[in-house]
Ligand binder design. Sequence first.
Ligand SMILES: Nc1ncnc2c1ncn2[C@@H]1O[C@H](COP(=O)(O)OP(=O)(O)O)[C@@H](O)[C@H]1O
Ligand SMILES: O=C(O)[C@H](O)C(=O)COP(=O)(O)O
Length: 425
Amino acid sequence: MKLSLGCIADDYTGASDLANTLTRQGLRTVQTIGVPSDDLALPEVDAVVVSLKSRSIEADVAVDRSRAAEKWLRGRGAGHVLFKICSTFDSTDAGNIGPVMDALRADSGDAIVLVTPAFPETGRTVYQGNLFVGSVPLNESPLKDHPLNPMHDSNLVRVLARQSQTKVGLVNLATLSRGADAVRERLADLAAKGIGAAIIDAVFDRDLETIGDVALDHRLSVGASGIGLGLARALVASGKVKSASAGAASGAPVGGPAACLAGSCSQATLAQIANAEKTMAVLHLDPEQIIAGPGEVRRALAWAADRITDGPILIASSSTPDQVAALQSRHGRDAAGHAIEQAMADIAEGLVRSGVRRLVVAGGETSGAVVDRLGIPGFLVGEEIAAGVPVLRAVGADKGEMLLALKSGNFGGAEFFSDALKLMR
Ligand SMILES: Nc1ncnc2c1ncn2[C@@H]1O[C@H](COP(=O)(O)OP(=O)(O)O)[C@@H](O)[C@H]1O
Ligand SMILES: O=C(O)[C@H](O)C(=O)COP(=O)(O)O
């Protein structure tokens, strides 16, 4: 297998988001969980997206795991590696985008790295280096209340510079609008001044195509699904990849009971949970009881056992920002987050043990905990449920056929949970 594109994603929902984009742009793509073991039978693909749960861990561990993934991808022929981060640049001043980028840039030999989280299809645009979520700057969006990575500065040149060892520059929209050669000239100017990374503006998909053209001159880029779209279109346009049908990975229906787990506390997910109350049984977990001990997991599994054969269920730990802040003040941000992630994994394990083979998970860190606990080594990309969220068909799992959807906290429409289950048969 000789890859045309290797990708390292810092969370599992972001990985499936990118795998979805690449697939729809005609790249045969597989999403792996971690660096695949040699005995994992991978299909002939153009791109591999290695999912890591590295967004919110210690920076040095994130660097080590990302470099191991890069080594595996380069070893299978990937001339270009995309470090996939969140379209809302989820990170803190302690990292991990900057430290991982610095390490991968050193490995790649690139003088300068293009960086953009733009993903216009989901309302993520960058102008003068400032990230907008819909019509508001990042620091005025719901991401300011993220439980683990609250975002308080929309200026990504500043944000990345605080995390990185290298100086960070800007390629603005005016330069981008003059085309790929103008971007190349700007990058050369910045690199000549010792600047090792450049935030690049992007507002429309056509901007991403220009970025993708230029990015392929390099061995590394950093960004979200938008730059993935640009890279994919550039690979196809250059003839380096023969565009495959954008069709979903098909397979036999899985059937059986279906369940949804929500650990995301995003505004979008809270609304989706409220809407799901109209179509399925919903259990709201008590976060305090989760932290207190295993009783809340046992209660959830007993609740599920009474209902799972009657129709889909949803179990949510999600709370409002004020409730999240109060819990964190009592127990600590990381401790609370970890405890709840592990409880969701316990519940997922119990549901699968009881026969669930169709599982929707809302939240990137939550998805990481759940998928790791289920021991699923990889996914094929199925139909798109909503922008950035595909149906995933597990490959290599020891539990037989499974369908999952790993929903980025901020993605999906109002009826996402029922929309997903309609496509997960
Ligand atoms: N009620 C709650 N209070 C505090 N933290 C919570 C609560 N429910 C979930 N969490 C934690 O919040 C974090 C949500 O992150 P994640 O799953 O990545 O969602 P998103 O995709 O919205 O970022 C996880 O660490 C999760 O365990
Ligand atoms: O928003 C994106 O680019 C990705 O889908 C992503 O990284 C989502 O992360 P989340 O933690 O699930 O919001």
